[in-house]
Write a protein that binds this ligand. Sequence first.
Ligand SMILES: [Zn+2]
Length: 452
Amino acid sequence: MLISAIRRWRIRRLYNAGEWKSSQELAEKELGRKNHRFATDIILRSMYNQSRWEDVIAFAKQYPEADTNRYVSKSHRRVSEKIEAAEGIPKPTFNRVWNEIDLLENWVQEGSRLWLKHPWGWVHWDMPSGFDLNKTHPALLHLALEVLLSPWVKKTKKWSVEERQPGKHHSLSYSGGIDSTAAMLLMPDDTILAYHERNFTSMLNHSLPHSTFAAIQERTNRKVLSIPSNHEKIRTNHNLQTGFSTANASAVHLILLADYLDLASIAFGTPIDNTWLAKGAKYRHFPSSYYWTYWSKKFKLAGLRYLLPINHISEAGALSVCKQSKLSDVVNSCLRGYDGHWCGGCWKCFHKNGPLGRDFNPQSKEFTTFLNAPHLRTAQHALWALKVQDLEHLAPHLKPHIAEDLDWWQQAYPIGLELIDEPLRSHIRSRTEDYLQWMDKPYTLETIDLDV
Ligand SMILES: [Zn+2]
């Protein structure tokens, strides 16, 4: 008893004298003994005071009972601040705490920058000049909060404000990839195109989309509005990789700009693979899916039609549309490209660039890993891509699933048009017929149930 008290006194004396390295070393000898609890606290504080935040986090993983220590959460905060500073992510010039009572109070405008305070920090959008938060309908701000935060802040799903009246223009959440370019080609020519630009250092390179946008402007005289933002960082507070909080967060820039741009709709380049097929592998009646009924209703409350102008064509159909267009040489879905060239080794290069006749390396690590994974990604489309590139021998286990005739996969599913209201429906039908044939009845698509 007395001895352990003396040891505690020695450690505390070193700690209080600022001898953190020594206090930590001595405390480590107490782990698993009578002074364990005391020792973990001293170790965490000592490491924190030496700015060794990553070590604090690693220690808390090893000793989960220490995870509630406030120095652990402080370290998480410091690590993400360090990453944000290294990535050039700005911070607001003012301070504010997350307001969970009045959710709309978390939106703040500073010049042309729109800030959102969320429970774990800040994110921002650099808006076009003339954007005014005060002239943005509350329904749009609520919808934006829901697509960004609902996985973690359930309260953002419950909002009731006066319904916004629709504006005049169609818009498309445009990425420069194959699917959204096919959507652009099927939509009316005056559809507003807006790109979400990740504005921090990351593995994803933006040089490919920007060269695509330059070509679109040169050849079609259409501009792509680019909105820089770091909102893909929100997920990283929940041990997830940088990315969209929800599928619809990919269009949050258009939701926020809907009054500024006077929007009546937001379109997404979502093909059959993610609508009429669940996980690209099993047919479902999409109009009765929770996804469609829930989100089309929510967008309507914000005066926006939820448009899926390529829900009736597959990724192969989208490839065919792009291939026949005057943009065939510039569209690209590879996110790892550099200097205007695709990487030639990723999964997207396999199923999008390969079928377009572009270089693809079937020995690449990512392709081999995904091909042999327990569940095949974008299954129906991947089987088609293997067949059209004569790569079936690389996946003997998939051969039984590859049908003799897969031509239907490049054709359009007329039932999908029913998700689009007139007069847009007639326009999409006619544009579709410029590029593709319709699938024949009975529809093979409706029998798809792949167990791969
Ligand atoms: Zn690639």
